[in-house]
Write a protein of this length. Structure first.
Length: 70
């Protein structure tokens, strides 16, 4: 897998996560590794987004914002 993704006009975090990782549920992981880009909601063309490999154990199928707090 490539370590970066170059955006096209109109990309959003969930769209990038779906293209790169196969599911929108990984958008929080993607955002955690691209702190300097968090001001973008909708990306312009040509922004390079760092796309590290997912950890071996991704745990629950729910994104972090959908999990119940302990």
């Amino acid at each position: 897998m490539a370590e970066t993704y170059t955006t096209i006009q109109g990309d959003t975090w969930d769209m990038i996560a779906k293209r790169v990782y196969g599911s929108e549920k990984h958008l929080d992981y993607l955002m955690q590794h691209n702190f300097s880009l968090l001001d973008y909601f909708t990306f312009p063309a040509g922004v390079r987004v760092y796309t590290p490999a997912l950890p071996e154990n991704t745990g629950s199928d729910l994104p972090s914002w959908r999990k119940e707090k302990a």
